[in-house]
Design a binder for this molecule. Structure first.
Ligand code: SF4
Length: 458
């Protein structure tokens, strides 16, 4: 499912053939649409439309173009409208210094007032910011009081501004302009921020994506935006749809998301989540912030048995359907060494083309034997978290629960290089880490080297 988090279905050119527009959206995999109010009359229309149309939700608010003449009484009416269960946010509100259709002081006054109303109602805000980045952020920081959530719709800033928006706890909404050949700036933002903090939108009937640029936009065309984001991120469209739908669910409560997963696909690989236990407590580990990876919920109430893992793999089409099967998850799979080797043999028997284990490399110390020797023959590759060029840095970053951890990792990598077809030593590029020194360590062990992105705002 994809969610179009910002549409104007009340616009005459879409309203005239609404049933066909919504049907085309459903056929394209758009499971939910948020239609956005721009003034009191339009907000009333948006709420009515959402109430009578399955799969459509609404927002209420007054656009900065119409800020002049706005009254507290109109805000009272909007607040009453917001009582509808189909209303999921207050917006679009903000500042537009490009067109300046209302005086700037009026824009700022009513943006503030609407932010306060949204906060009082516990609603997220949908922010319109055009050439007014500094003032928009200043008002949100001053009025949010740490409780406000929201999204910068049709994000148009650079990476540095995106980081400020994310630091405020807000989301970025990516429109069809990401498909435009000259829009490298937005693609750079999309490539660099956590996708978990991005939404997709059409802003239809405006801003049609590249193949239909200049024509009337509609929700079904959001697939081109999802495709462009997938290309930028090196993901499948289904990955982008899942991650951004989960973000929409978190912010607006809109969009269907799946439950906790044992087997979870990303790109053309199937990952297996067999434990939440870990030998380390890495300072950069994401699991303390969220149980989600690429839109999948990896919460495990208990460790799944071998039969449960195999059933989960079969439910995803079986091991032969994937380029590789990877033991990964938010824990250390080799804590279940015997189960992992038994599973690997059975997955191979069922047609797995390639089997990889992502590991912290501490299993030799935990099991007090040479674990790499047991992986030989049933696993094709291991990816080992090296994470440091020396023991002191390792202990500081990874906070292992076993002593002699760094030397143990090095010994595991050495043994794995001698026994397995492919061994990669990886580091998370945390600020200040000497990545080149890590590379030299990996190469001295005969392993491949990979740098994983550290996303401090993730
Ligand atoms: S080894 Fe992986 S799962 Fe374990 S704490 Fe570190 S980052 Fe998290």
């Amino acid at each position: 499912m994809i969610v179009d988090t910002h549409a104007h279905l009340t616009a005459a050119e879409l309203r005239r053939e609404l049933d066909a527009v919504v049907a085309r959206a459903r056929d394209a995999g758009v499971g939910a649409i948020v239609t956005v109010g721009t003034d009191l009359v339009d907000s009333r229309a948006a709420v009515r439309l959402a109430q009578r149309t399955e799969g459509v939700w609404a927002t209420v608010g007054v656009h900065p173009h119409d800020a002049a003449g706005l009254t507290e009484a109109a805000l009272d009416d909007l607040a009453a409208l917001a009582g509808s269960p189909k209303v999921v946010a207050w917006g679009e509100i903000g500042l537009d210094y490009f067109r300046d259709r209302s005086p700037r002081d009026e824009q700022r006054r009513w943006f503030r007032a609407q932010v306060v109303r949204a906060r009082e109602l516990g609603l997220p805000v949908v922010v319109h910011d055009r050439e007014a980045h500094a003032d928009t952020l200043a008002i949100l920081k001053a009025e949010a009081g740490g409780e406000l959530r929201g999204v910068f719709h049709c994000f148009s800033g650079d990476l540095s501004f995106a980081r400020e928006v994310l630091a405020l706890g807000f989301y970025l909404s990516i429109p069809g302009t990401v498909t435009y050949p000259k829009n490298d700036e937005l693609r750079r933002v999309v490539a660099s921020v956590p996708l978990e903090r991005c939404l997709l939108e059409t802003d239809c009937p405006y801003l049609a994506p590249q193949p239909r640029r200049g024509q009337r936009n509609e929700p079904s065309l959001i697939v081109h935006t999802a495709q462009a984001v997938a290309e930028v991120r090196g993901l499948a469209v289904s990955d982008v749809a899942r991650v951004t739908t989960r973000a929409s669910r978190t912010l607006f409560g809109v969009g269907e998301v799946g439950g906790a997963r044992i087997a979870y696909p990303i790109r053309r690989s199937l990952y297996l989540n067999v434990t939440s236990r870990c030998t380390n407590r890495c300072a950069f580990c994401a699991k303390g912030r969220s149980p989600e990876v690429k839109g999948h919920d990896l919460t495990l109430e208990r460790e799944p048995g071998i039969d449960e893992v195999l059933a989960a793999v079969e439910a995803e089409g079986g091991p032969a359907a994937w380029e590789e099967v990877v033991f990964c998850g938010f824990g250390e799979p080799l804590l279940r060494l015997d189960d992992v080797t038994a599973l690997a043999r059975e997955l191979r028997r069922r047609g797995a083309r390639r089997i990889r284990v992502n590991t912290d490399g501490l299993a030799n110390l935990v099991h007090e034997r040479d674990v790499a020797a047991e992986l030989a023959g049933c696993v094709d590759a291991v990816s080992v978290s090296l994470n440091a060029p020396d023991a002191a840095t390792y202990d500081r970053l990874c906070r292992p629960s076993v002593s002699g951890a760094y030397e143990g990792v090095l010994a595991f990598v050495r043994s794995a290089v001698a026994r397995l077809p492919e061994v990669t030593a990886s580091v998370v590029a945390v600020p200040g880490l000497d990545v080149e020194a890590c590379r030299r360590v990996a190469e001295s062990l005969g392993a491949r080297f990979r740098v994983r992105e550290y996303n401090e705002v993730g």
